[in-house]
Every structure is written in C-alpha cells, then in structure tokens.
Design a protein around this ligand. Sequence first.
Ligand code: IPM
Ligand code: MG
Length: 368
Amino acid sequence: MANPSILILAGDGIGPEVMAEVKKIISWYGDKRGLVFDVSEDLVGGAAYDVHGKPLADETMARAQEVDAVLLGAVGGPKYDNLDFSVKPERGLLRLRKEMDLFSNLRPAQCFDALADFSSLKKDVVAGLDIMIVRELTSGVYFGMPRGIFEENGERVGINTQRYTESEIERVARSAFELAKRRGNKVCSMEKANVMESGILWREVVQRVHDEEYPEVELSHMYADNGAMQLVRWPKQFDVIVTDNLFGDILSDCAAMLTGSLGMLPSASLGAPMENGRPKAMYEPVHGSAPDIAGQGKANPIACILSFAMALRYSFDQGDEATRLEKAIEKVLADGVRTADLMGPEGGTPVSTVEMGAKIIEALDASL
Ligand code: IPM
Ligand code: MG
C-alpha cells in the first residue's frame, strides 16, 4: 500500500521556520516508528502570490484535494496588505477550506500545567483547562451571498450575508457530538437565536440532531455573547463548544488566549471521508504569520508541531503516537525549555525555534 501523503504549505512569515521543525518530526516518525509519509511541498499565501500572482495556484489546489492531509503554516504579511482583496494571502486559505469542504474546524484550548501562570486569568481558573471549539468553517457570513460593496441611494453600502442550510448545521453538529462522546460527553451550542433567524434554525437543528442521534450527550445552548463572557468567567464549565463560522473565529481567539500563549495552539479542519476512509483534512496552527519576528529564529514551533499531532490522530488513526508527541512537548515545557513568547516576567534565556524542535526530538527519543 502507498504511504500516506502529506502536502506541506508553509506559507509566509514564521510559517517556513516552524514548519522546518515539523518536517524533522515527520522524519523522526519515519525513522523511529516506521511511519513513513510521502511529503510534498508547495506555496500558499503571499509566497504563492510572489510566484503566481495569486495566493493559491490551481495545481496546488488540485494537489491538496488528492493528499491525505495538508499541513499549513501561516499566511499574510505587511508586504501584501495593499493587494486587491481577491488576491490577498488569506484568500488562499479560504479557498482551501471552501473547495476541500472542510466544514468542521477543531480548535482545542488546552492549558499546559507548566504554562498556567502565563494566562491573563487566575491560575485556578485555567489550570487543567481542556476545551474543544468546533467552528463551522465553510459557510455563514464568510461565504454567504449577496456580498459586496454596492451603491444605494447615492452612498455605498457594504453587505455580507449570514446563511446556513439545515444540512450544513447538521453535519457540524454531528462532528461536535462525535467528539464529545470521546471526551467529556458535553456540548454547548452557541448562536444568537435572540436576534438572528439563522441562529433560531441553528438551535433547532442542533437540538434535533441531539434528540434523534445523540441523546446520551449532554447538550446546552447559549447566546454567543454570554458564551464569550462565560469563557473568561469560568471556562472549565465547557467541554465541546459548537458554533458558526464568525462566532467561532472570535470565540476561539478568546479561548486560545485563556491558555496563555497563542504559540501553543493547533487546529484541524476536517471534511467528509474520502474513498480511503480518511477525512479530507488540513492542519494548521491557530497563530498567524507573525511578520514582526519572522526570519529571526524566535518563533515557537509547538502549535505547528501539535497540529501534526492532530493529523496523526484524526487523519492517520495514530492516536497513541499523537499522545507520544503531546507528552514529549509537555515534558520539554516541564523541563523549563521556553521560546521567547513563553518568557515570564522573571526572565531567563529563551531557546530558538530550532533548539525547541531539537528538544522535542530528544524527548521523543527518550520516550522509546
Ligand atoms: C482564523 C483566521 C482566518 C479567519 C483569517 C486569516 C481569514 O482569523 O483562521 O481564525 O478569519 O478564519
Ligand atoms: Mg481568527
């Protein structure tokens, strides 16, 4: 049987630096665990624009559809800020999500014990935190029509449309319930059914999927604004949160910051199963391209490495190996190894991106 295939799209800014460490981890799995992947690489975002005049070439899009998993670094940077909207780096990312139909975006917010002091919240509020936000990723106001900037009565009007079909809500709800069954068995669905019809439908459909298919999972509903407040008040009340594209964008940034460092959080974007049974999938760190520190060897590669751990778990059915990698990272953090973003007020000497990668490989070796 052919080796499982991975397409690496390192992108812009710190993307290539953090991805270089992921590549070493992928090789480690080949050398030490007999898990050999066929790895290919291509361009996305500004890097693709520089070569092709657009943020994702059609050949790259076609390749992404064929592989078992895409690993993406980050896109964007000041150099591209003034580009036309249609060719901005972010459009490359949105095209991948949409054309691969990656409707279920898993964003874990997990607080590593060694880093509980880094949160802007009190330690007891965040220590041990482990929540999973499931964000609908291919519909809603990000893609709804009509959209655009139009002339109306002698002035311009900007329009975006929040739109959800029942089947779009059903499939993301199912993915949240399935996840919850393997975790704390609890789902909280967030929308604004008090002001939006799309929210009313969202609540109804999530409730129906629950009653018909997952009655054993505990389900609650919350208005998204209250959800934001509850996330900072007492985040440990949540297990899985399921929400739409825009609310999910905002709530996941909020949840990410609870854990103290954006440099630590991975994500998985999953679609329908392919012929080989694996879901269409793309994995990426939650952080952006961080142009201010790009090229300086300062970036924290952990979020990107943890994204590969999610690939092991969700695409390659290697949950134990994913856990091995997560434990190796926990060990390195517990030993006090810190990149610059993890430096507390007490200071210390930060390690570089490459040094952090090397420490994680050492911990992997020690796990054998
Ligand atoms: C995210 C980002 C993207 C989004 C941007 C870069 C288009 O904020 O993945 O959360 O809004 O979805
Ligand atoms: Mg975002």
